[in-house]
Design a protein around this ligand. Sequence first.
Ligand code: AMP
Ligand code: MG
Length: 349
Amino acid sequence: MNTKVVKMNEDKMNINAIEEAAIIIKGGGLVVFPTETVYGLGANALDDKAVSKIFEAKGRPQDNPLIIHVADFNIKEYIKELPFIATKLMEEFWPGPITFILNKSDIVPLTTSAGLNTIGIRMPSNKIARELILKSGVPIAAPSANISGRPSPTEVERCIEDLSGKVEYILGGEGSNIGLESTILDCTVEPPCILRPGAITLEMLKEVKEDIYIDPAVMKMPSKELKPKAPGMKYRHYAPKAPLKIIRGDLKKTIAKVNEIVQNCIDKEKTVGIIATEETKSCYNNGIVLSLGSRKNLDVIAKNLFECLRAIDDKNVDLILSESFDELGIGIAIMNRLKKSAGFDILDV
Ligand code: AMP
Ligand code: MG
């Protein structure tokens, strides 16, 4: 398949290209598009055949449901009922990086929801995404635009790398502003429950509703007793090709431990990539060091995380070591993605 790639800015949209891409969506094809969280791989959410192509192109497990993306608040058609708290939170945080799980109506095919009676809905704030949805005239089902298991793409070049030849159209924008997938909030239960942490943090949600909580399985290694409620959270995810180990604890001790492991690897002629920060990057004696940004701004760390995992993979290292972050605010989402990337391989120092 020939993939057409058109790059543009949110402030200088190429309306012709968006219209062409919308025709592809209406015709049952696949379009990659930018959002503020990560790039999405989209199809008409109400067309069961179009949606199956997403699973095929990504190699996505059939039991992992898709989020549908809308451009306005007219979502009644797609759901059975809208709880008061969901309305309140949508008014507060939409358009933006939060997905609401609600009971779905019959017009949303079971292929989209992977057999569930519920559906995730999000209104992105990215203007290119919104324009594409509006021009398509249908909700767009879109998981992240990567091959399943790989780190989600926050740059258009990474979508081209993973999906060129598998989709009809790639709309490129700038790098994703947030860089982590949306917060997922299950509103079919009371109190609502966070199934995946993201940039809309627990603290932000608690300002609107005090008794929201995080699915306890989210931050731990999935086990028989502790299964995450979002089907997708049970898979190894966001994984670079080389094994990743998180070194957790006091920064001084972290640096010493990383230097020790790197030296051992050098002795065995192995190369190591180090995921560091501005404050620590000059403290490592050897290894390929990439900085996620300053520890003073966790939003920037979040924005750079997936691109950093991919960039370090390009260096063909044998092992990746990463510093850890406090699990507060967006730090919860950063650590959730890092832990999953590492397959929960954490060394406490
Ligand atoms: P992605 O679009 O690649 O970020 O993945 C979507 C995530 O949303 C996956 O972890 C899914 O399991 C989760 N998800 C989507 N729909 C539902 C739903 N109806 N119930 C629970 N989790 C969902
Ligand atoms: Mg994904």
